[in-house]
Design a protein around this ligand. Structure first.
Ligand SMILES: *Cc1c(COP(=O)(O)O)cnc(C)c1O
Length: 408
């Protein structure tokens, strides 16, 4: 951790300095510790390391200094400026995983057991939806999918289903950009003593800090904006109950074996340093792209919470610094027009994933949400013609020029 006597004033300073620069070899950056195991000077030292909470110098499935640099940085960003119940600076523990899906598995498996129920929203990342309905279901953990924007419905479900143990929110949600009110859900969850987990991948701590509202766990696919350059798959689980993180969550993490690797962790730590700068550009570009699409005569609908036409415009405004850089839209010509548009793009990139420096476009119905039944997809607002767009940090004129020529 940075050892300044004054508190850092913003996310960039935190992202750049949270991991510290100290190491035995005076390397400026935390090196890629490509090693499976760590040596003990004496048996007693080995025993001490096993007994302590810092497991970064034992065996790399358990932890590694290169992972720790990324973990400390993300924890510092999510906790930035927040206080715990006693008015002290919020302390978070982060566990870096090989993928978002691995971090999510640790999050759910360490909190749930057979017979428990999860309550979640209907607009969700495809992999999360499938994990609930195809994997957790087989272990006897059920999921109720509802509209978590309707607090009366949520309260009724909580009253009727005592087996609900955890409420999982993705806000903004993929790919409809629906937003769930973090404050309202958390206060209901507290009343009924439920755990709240939040997928903060689309927002990043730059736009939204869910721990501010008292949620229990935050999850990120670091593959997206946190890495920012599309160089590595990764995921992180953050919790404020340090005891739980160091025991129960850590047990599932280590025994399921979803550890990161030093090279990916190094790429992530370096990507994080420019998070704030990148997000500022991502967001200002996205705003201009959304306004351009919203007024274009070939466009039927744009899902972007910066537009007052989005049903969750006010929720986003309440809890996010800016609407963000991911949106979806549909052309008046539906699927065929959408395909044609995507094929004509000259600079923007045809690929799934999001949050990279380049502008990426994909087709949720046939790609990220292919594993979700058509009936459910349509119910969730993922129509056949919907195009998902992650706006990059290129020069805005070029993104707009590319769209303009492709829509002509
Ligand atoms: C990508 C993503 C995930 C899954 O993460 P991976 O790194 O691909 O395993 C989960 N949630 C959201 C919102 C995502 O965008």
């Amino acid at each position: 951790m940075s050892k300044s006597t004054f508190s850092l004033s913003g996310l960039s300073s935190v992202a750049i300095h949270a991991a510290g620069h100290e190491n035995a070899d005076h390397a400026h950056l935390t090196p890629i510790f490509a090693t499976s195991t760590f040596t003990f000077d004496t048996a007693a030292q080995g025993m001490e390391r096993f007994a302590g909470d810092d497991k970064t110098k034992i065996y790399s499935r358990w932890g590694n200094p290169t992972f720790a640099a990324a973990e400390q940085t993300i924890a510092a960003l999510e906790a930035f400026g927040l206080e715990d119940e006693n008015g002290q600076p919020l302390q978070l523990k982060a566990l870096l995983h090989s993928s978002g899906q691995a971090a999510m598995t640790t999050m759910f498996m360490s909190n749930l057991k057979t017979g428990d129920t999860v309550l979640s929203h209907f607009s969700l990342y495809g992999g999360t939806h499938e994990l609930f309905l195809k994997v957790l279901a087989e272990t006897g953990i059920n999921t109720i999918i509802a509209d978590l924007r309707n607090m009366n419905e949520v309260e009724t479900l909580l009253q009727k289903n005592p087996s609900i143990k955890l409420i999982h929110i993705e806000t903004p949600a993929n790919p409809t950009i629906q937003c769930v009110d973090l404050e309202a859900i958390t206060s209901l969850a507290k009343k009924y003593r439920k755990i709240v987990t939040v997928d903060n991948t689309f927002a990043t701590p730059y736009l939204q800090q869910p721990f501010k509202y008292g949620v229990d766990f935050v999850f990120h696919s670091t593959t997206k904006f946190l890495n920012g350059h599309g160089t590595a798959i990764g995921g992180v689980l953050l919790g404020k109950d340090l005891e739980f993180m160091n025991t129960k969550a850590w047990k599932w993490h280590v025994l399921l074996g979803g550890n990161s690797n030093p090279f990916d962790a190094f790429l992530l730590t370096n990507g994080l340093k420019t998070l704030e700068l990148r997000m500022q550009r991502h967001c200002s570009n996205a705003e201009q792209v959304a306004n351009y699409l919203a007024q274009h005569k070939a466009v039927a609908q744009v899902n972007y919470t910066g537009l007052t036409s989005h049903p969750d415009h006010l929720t986003a405004k309440k809890q996010m610094k800016h609407p963000g850089a991911v949106m979806s839209f549909e052309l008046k010509g539906g699927l065929d027009a959408g395909k044609q548009f995507i094929d004509r793009l000259q600079m923007c990139v045809r690929a799934i994933s999001l949050g990279t420096v380049d502008t990426l476009l994909s087709h949720p119905a046939s790609m990220s949400h292919k594993g979700v039944s058509k009936e459910e997809r349509i119910k969730f607002g993922i129509t056949d013609g919907l195009i998902r767009l992650s706006v990059g940090i290129e020069n805005i004129e070029d993104i707009l020029n590319d769209f303009e020529q492709a829509l002509r």
